[in-house]
Design a protein around this ligand. Structure first.
Ligand code: PEP
Ligand code: MN
Length: 337
């Protein structure tokens, strides 16, 4: 249920409404507007009618939320959400580029990558310390040591760091070092992980599962939001199809489709979305044209030596060139970079 308070409703009226919402077995989530507060009353609302809240003092309007995901939906919050990432915003007017290697491989390597992507205009550094690998014998990441190197790279450059967390037990340690906690495609429906992330206030970069629908992605976001963390960034990273000339099929139409359904920022990952460095530039441009709020791109100082995902990683020259080419494109679609 969406409950819109009157302009000038008092604090006492708001508190009374929150109690009424809880009495109905629902959870109140308030959106503080400049002129009035709007409440999302979230939970199983089948047994409750609009009248139950209309009688409360200070209430102007009550409407059911039609989308099955509630807090993620534009019905609850029509204006876009922008999330602070270091000194930048993701989801505002500016397109934000997050870049770095697939995995943290060494202290010197991640610091070199951080300096390079910063110089080129990235707003955050990516790098996996815990890697979810298909092959159990493949490099699993430097783990805690990798987190320490990421923190050093942030120290050296001022760039916030984005890194993956694999399990609910890992949330505490990753949150201690990282600025944004990434949920990988393979974990999009790890509901215990999503709930654990809902208990922090750190921004979460939630990647679409490779066989997940848009609605399932929004339900995954809803797990985090409903557990109390409003800072969710969605990421389209490609889905599995019959096509095998690319690693995944970057589902670009999901970007405007998500825009129609949610206020949350939407990024695209053209690296995992294609699997080939030569396709990253064109798909980066296409994603921005489709309305993405930013990109997460794999960049490696020496892709030929990368321990993970070298084939899809841009080298520094390619990344610098792409950043130059994205600027006018962002302007052409009414954004800045
Ligand atoms: C990654 O970004 O490092 C990654 C593993 O991506 P995905 O979860 O989208 O495969
Ligand atoms: Mn990768």
């Amino acid at each position: 249920m969406i409950i819109v308070m009157r302009k000038g409703a008092t604090k006492e009226q708001c508190i009374a409404l929150e109690e009424r919402i809880r009495e109905a077995g629902l959870e109140p989530h308030v959106i503080h507007g400049t002129e009035r507060n709007v409440y999302g009353a979230v939970g199983d609302e089948r047994v409750i009618t609009e009248q139950f809240f209309e009688v409360c003092e200070g209430v102007e309007r009550v409407m059911p939320i039609l989308a099955p995901y509630k807090l993620a939906s534009v019905e609850v919050k029509p204006e876009k959400t922008a999330i602070q990432l270091g000194s930048s915003l993701i989801g505002g007017q500016r397109i934000g580029i997050i870049a770095g290697p697939c995995s943290v491989e060494s202290r010197a390597g991640i610091i070199e990558a951080a300096q390079m992507v910063k110089e080129a205009g990235a707003i955050a550094l990516r790098g996996g310390a815990y890697k979810p690998r298909t092959n159990p014998y493949a490099f699993q990441g430097l783990q805690e040591e990798g987190l320490e190197y990421l923190a050093e790279a942030r120290e050296a450059t001022g760039l916030p760091v984005v890194t993956e967390v694999l399990s609910p037990e890992g949330v505490e340690i990753v949150a201690k070092f990282a600025d944004v906690l990434q949920v990988g495609a393979r974990n999009m429906q790890n509901f215990l992980l999503l709930k654990a992330l809902g208990n922090t206030q750190k921004p979460v970069l939630l990647k679409r599962g490779m066989s997940a629908t848009i609605q399932e992605l929004l339900f995954a976001a809803e797990y985090i939001l409903s557990a109390g963390n409003p800072n969710v960034i969605l990421c389209e990273r490609g889905i599995r199809t019959f096509e095998d000339h690319t690693r995944n099929t970057l589902s670009l139409s999901s970007i405007p489709a998500l825009r129609e359904r949610t206020h949350l920022p939407v990024l695209a990952d053209p690296s995992h979305g294609t699997g080939h460095a030569s396709l990253v530039g064109p798909m980066s441009k296409a994603a921005i044209a489709a309305g993405a709020d930013g990109l997460i791109i794999e960049v490696h100082p020496h892709p030929e030596k990368a321990l993970v995902d070298g084939a899809q990683s841009l080298n520094p020259q390619q990344f610098i060139q792409l950043m130059k080419e994205l600027k006018p494109l962002a302007q052409a679609v009414g954004r800045e970079m």
